[in-house]
Design a protein around this ligand. Structure first.
Ligand code: BT5
Length: 319
């Protein structure tokens, strides 16, 4: 908390000196403590000029999405109040799983880098250091496992709205868990849960969003994109991260209070899938058809050649 307060004061006085004594008085700590915290902040990447007589001046903040940096933009009641920021981890979903049973509802795990980021069915998720948002939200909802699956759509709607809000760019949802811009994948969502037959213990909503990377490995070059590639501009990950969390809480509340219908409507509005001829791979089944709807269980409804309809619960859809 003290470190956060020091940064807050230095930010309010950016490019001006704040004396060590002022910091001592405001935070009720010793000069040595101030010095210790300033050194820690410098080690965390903050550029702070120290002058014996004048004190401390913040020159620049690092491009990191820790709590100090995103909290000024956070407007939530409970999601992200407990916010764990890591430099590097295998997978934020795996870390979240380890702590989930003891973690409070709404805990967020974010890492600057994932060394074994995961997609569905054990697929790999490329998660370069400092270039994206690799985040997991731990939830303990009073929902059935069947309903909790729909949190993937809640997350999708939140990401699309956050992208519109912060960078005025339109993104679409490709059922069930992709966000697409100009036909390429910019974000993937991985919802996992620990549940009994009729009750969930916890749900982990993992969100991977490509923000500032300028290239991808060869196998992804034609199918992945980033906000930087789409806009030509470096994007402020701090505002974007906070906006995704703010939107997630907003739509999560809507989902809990009003049910899936408003989320379904929003998914339909932003869907790139609905109305398109698609190929569906769902388990061992593969077929073509026209995607015509999302039903109240979150299933994709496909009209096949003979006019009949199939509800698809999970799978991959190519448009
Ligand atoms: C997903 O799976 O799209 C879910 C991705 C979830 C990632 C987040 S990051 C935070 C949290 N921690 C984790 O370990 N995971 C979650 P799926 O629909 O199965 O898509 C996986 C496929 O997307 C791969 O097989 C690649 O083809 C492609 N892919 C991999 N990395 C990508 C990237 N950075 N951008 C776009 N596409 C990618």
């Amino acid at each position: 908390m003290i470190k956060e307060n020091i940064i807050k004061i230095l930010k309010e006085n950016k490019n001006k000196f704040v004396s060590g004594q002022q910091l001592c008085n405001k935070l009720n700590i010793s000069r040595t403590a101030v010095w210790k915290y300033i050194n820690e902040l410098k080690n965390n990447g903050y550029m702070i000029e120290s002058q014996h007589k004048s004190g401390y001046m913040l020159i620049n903040e690092p491009d990191i999405i820790d709590y100090i940096e995103i909290s000024p933009f956070l407007k939530t009641d409970f999601i992200g109040k407990n916010y764990i920021h890591l430099e590097s981890i295998s997978s934020t979903n795996d870390y979240a799983k380890e702590i989930a049973s003891k973690a409070e509802n709404g805990t967020i795990v974010v890492s600057e880098e994932q060394t074994s980021g995961r997609g569905r069915l054990g697929r790999k998720w490329v998660s370069e250091k400092g270039q994206g948002l690799w985040m997991s939200i731990i939830l303990k909802p009073e929902l059935t496992p069947q309903s909790s699956v729909k949190l993937t759509q809640v997350a999708a709607v939140s990401v699309v709205n956050a992208i519109i809000e912060t960078i005025e760019l339109n993104a679409s949802i490709k059922w069930p868990n992709d966000i697409i811009i100009n036909g390429k994948k910019i974000c993937g969502i991985l919802t996992e849960m620990n549940a009994e037959l009729d009750r969930v213990n916890y749900v982990i909503v993992g969100i991977g969003l490509n923000v500032n990377m300028n290239k991808f490995p060869d196998d992804l070059k034609d199918k992945a994109t980033s906000l930087f590639i789409e806009t030509g501009k470096k994007i402020d990950r701090k505002k974007l991260t906070a906006s995704i969390i703010n939107n997630f809480e907003k739509y999560y509340y809507i989902f809990l209070k009003e049910g899936f219908e408003p989320i379904r409507i929003s998914c339909l509005k932003h869907s790139v899938t609905i109305g398109s001829e698609v190929r569906v791979i769902s388990g061992k089944n593969e077929f073509n058809g026209k995607a015509v709807d999302i039903d109240n269980d979150g299933n994709l409804i496909i009209e096949i050649g003979d006019g009949s309809r199939k509800a698809v619960m999970s799978g991959d859809v190519s448009v």
